[in-house]
Design a protein around this ligand. Structure first.
Ligand SMILES: *Cc1c(COP(=O)(O)O)cnc(C)c1O
Length: 360
């Protein structure tokens, strides 16, 4: 068996301890004589998997009691619609456009009302986070929306926007659980888990209770109402059981690692290894403004498409895989989520150094 260092942006690397534990429990989960994939979502065994997952997530993020946690399907992209459907009262929201995912959410909201772009970093191909301290946020808007970590471009909001009293809605798909978060600063957080938590198929929604209402847009399907899902404790219909089980194992792994303060420290150290190299390299260059750099997705180029392609290919031959940048931007991207060991980043930098000497 050979494991590679997988720098994929998502679905992405998972902790080996989690994969091993899941393998061990595959044929017989906790004496039930069946795998988690085969059991009823209403069984005692699954009930405790779901309850534990929620409790551990609450512990990790210190989620206040007046927030509900939902484990849903449909991915982050479905939340682009669910958010306006559930939160529109005046049918108006302010969007900050910092990349493809924010833009998609913005366009989806336009199907249901007035989405206003109040800031954008498109002028410099999304290589920075705009100043959001004093934006023209409409008085009557229902929420302010951000994509907190821009998976494709490699930028991160290190300071939340001044929402001028409006609720903040944030897509945390690619940075959730990479650091502590003050949940009380948000009205709603959602995250597809396939970046920094678990297998594709689960999206986590953390929503302040007063935002869960019955009077949603009349077109809202039952399944997309947060009220339906919150009232049923994520068990309105069959949830993504196996995915939730793996997420639960990752939450326990994070706790065993020392929690999110410790993860942040580890993530800062890992990212620094890569960014320090980029800043001293004559061949490779980081593509985003230093102050806005993501700890999770590190984007860089050589300046030559040919050399980029050569680098990606030769890195792959060394077991450093999925380093190609998103198809919309090219270049390279190393996603170094929680589960990427420090050793993987060190190996990558050693290879970059060697490549630079051979091709510089
Ligand atoms: C990957 C990603 C999405 C899309 O997630 P799906 O679960 O595939 O819909 C949305 N937002 C961000 C920030 C992402 O990284």
């Amino acid at each position: 068996m050979t494991r590679v260092y997988n720098f994929s942006a998502g679905p992405a690397v998972l902790p080996e301890d989690v994969l091993k534990a899941a393998a061990e429990e595959m044929m017989d989960y906790a004496g039930t004589g069946m795998s988690v994939m085969e059991m009823s979502h209403r069984s005692k065994a699954f009930e405790s998997i779901l309850n534990d997952a929620e409790k551990d997530l609450r512990d990790l993020l210190e989620i206040p009691d007046n927030y509900k946690v939902l484990f849903l399907q449909g991915g982050a992209s479905q939340q682009f619609a669910a958010v306006p459907m559930n939160l529109f009262r005046n049918k108006k929201a302010a969007y900050i456009i910092t990349g493809n995912w924010a833009k998609k959410a913005f366009e989806e909201a336009q199907l249901f009302g007035e989405a206003v772009s109040v800031a954008s970093s498109k002028d410099k191909t999304f290589s920075y986070i705009p100043d959001c301290s004093d934006l023209p946020i409409p008085e009557d808007c229902d929420y302010v929306y951000i994509c907190e970590n821009n998976t494709i471009y490699g930028t991160k909001f290190w300071e939340l926007p001044n929402t001028k009293g409006h609720d903040l809605v944030a897509d945390l798909s690619s940075c959730i659980l990479s650091e502590p978060v003050d949940v009380s600063k948000y009205g709603l957080i959602f995250a597809g888990v396939q970046k920094n938590i678990g297998p594709a198929g689960v999206v986590i929604v953390i929503i302040r209770e007063d935002l869960i209402k019955d009077d949603v847009l009349p077109c809202t399907p039952t399944m997309l109402k947060y009220k339906t899902q919150a009232d049923a404790g994520s068990l309105y219909n069959t949830p993504p059981c196996y995915g939730i089980y793996i997420c639960g194992k990752v939450f326990k792994w994070l706790k065993s690692m020392g929690g999110l303060k410790e993860m942040k420290k580890i993530n800062e150290e890992k990212a620094a290894i890569l960014y320090d190299f980029l800043d001293s390299s004559k061949l490779f260059k980081g593509t985003v403004e230093k102050k806005d750099r993501s700890l999770m997705n590190v984007t860089f180029v050589t300046g030559s498409d040919e050399l980029d392609a050569k680098f990606v290919k030769e890195a792959q031959e060394q077991g450093l895989v999925n380093l190609k940048g998103h198809r919309s931007v090219g270049g390279m991207r190393a996603s170094i989520y929680n589960a990427m060991p420090r050793e993987g980043v060190e190996k990558l930098v050693a290879f970059m150094d060697k490549f630079e000497k051979e091709n510089g």
